[in-house]
Design a protein around this ligand. Structure first.
Ligand code: CP
Ligand code: NVA
Length: 304
């Protein structure tokens, strides 16, 4: 049966760990110049309804490095659900492509596409979740720290698709996930509830950045206004100013804290320029690992 990757919880804990170790192995092989013809000419569909630098480039390069290729498609061509039903788009694309990757607004549209597609569907970001980013982030933590034991991650900022993705990751990898945000910008209530009920990780919500970040191994942040909600930036700035990642916050965490951001970043807003440029800030390693983590996810979906 075909499998999809719409949320990190589509994989078991063992599968998440296997995929992360495969990603590290694939990165080493790529750096040694070893060719990996795993897709054998297979083609991936890359449907984008939002902007992208990292996701588009890393998927396109990734498909080529695996011996395949990809086709970039915007909503101007297919107008998903308008020109043609999601059902029919899924059926047609399944006849051409080895895998369908999609970045769009509505998570339920992606679930519907996956339900009808006969090939794996990969979520390249919805308003709800961004699981490929989390695979790259967990790979980065594994490379930098060597293990996930006694991991405390502090997420500061908007309760958005990245926060929800951290919560879903905490359903697979045990950690203390501490979220520092305002009462108005909490993550998805259902995902928060299911993560607490899952019981694998400790989840705490703070409305004070210093309290949230105490003893953190990782500080993570993201833009305060996401794609599709950029017009809310003034309101978000007022709600989230206290949760900026700056040197005061970094100094309140563990001495060897790793600072992470999925990028794109707005220097001076959710993260200060001095923090962006610290030696322990690993944002470009995260960006690099998108390539290898996604290749590993594709291998897992296509080869099992
Ligand atoms: N982090 C990330 O997904 O970046 P892009 O929006 O540039 O793809
Ligand atoms: N929360 C951001 C993530 C970008 C990678 C957005 O959805 O725009």
């Amino acid at each position: 049966m075909k499998r999809d990757f719409l949320s990190i919880t589509d994989f078991t804990t063992d599968e998440v760990l296997e995929t992360l170790h495969l990603a590290i192995e694939m990165k080493e092989k790529t750096k040694r110049g070893e060719h990996q013809n795993i897709l054998n000419g297979g083609v991936g569909a890359l449907i984008f309804h939002k902007q992208s630098l990292r996701t588009r480039c890393s998927f396109e390069v990734g498909f080529q490095q695996l011996g395949g290729s990809s086709v970039y498609i915007t909503n101007q061509e297919i107008e998903l659900g308008k020109r043609e039903s999601i059902h029919d788009v899924a059926k047609v694309m399944s006849r051409y492509f080895s895998v369908i990757c999609i970045r769009t607004f509505s998570h339920s549209d992606v679930e519907e596409l996956a339900h009808h597609a006969e090939v794996p569907v990969v979520n390249m970001l919805t308003d709800l979740l961004h699981p490929c980013q989390l695979m790259a982030d967990m790979q980065t933590i594994l490379e930098k720290r060597g293990h996930f034991d006694n991991l405390k991650v502090t997420y500061l900022g908007d309760g958005n698709n990245m926060t929800n993705s951290w919560l879903r990751t905490a359903q697979r990898i045990p950690m203390h996930l501490s979220i520092g945000t305002s009462p108005e910008t909490l993550p998805d209530a259902a995902i928060l509830k299911e993560t607490k009920a899952c019981g694998i990780s400790e989840v705490s919500i703070h409305h004070d950045a210093q309290a949230a970040v105490k003893d953190a191994d990782v500080i993570y942040t993201d833009v305060w206004a996401s794609m599709g909600a950029k017009d809310q930036i003034d309101t978000k700035v007022a709600q989230l100013q206290k949760f900026q990642v700056n040197m005061d916050v970094v100094n309140a965490a563990k001495k060897d804290v790793i600072v992470m951001h999925c990028l794109p970043a707005e220097r001076g807003r959710e993260i200060t320029a001095d923090v962006m440029d610290l030696p322990n800030t690993v944002v470009f390693d995260e960006a690099e690992n998108r390539l290898h983590a996604q290749k590993a996810v594709l291998v897992k979906l296509i080869k099992g």
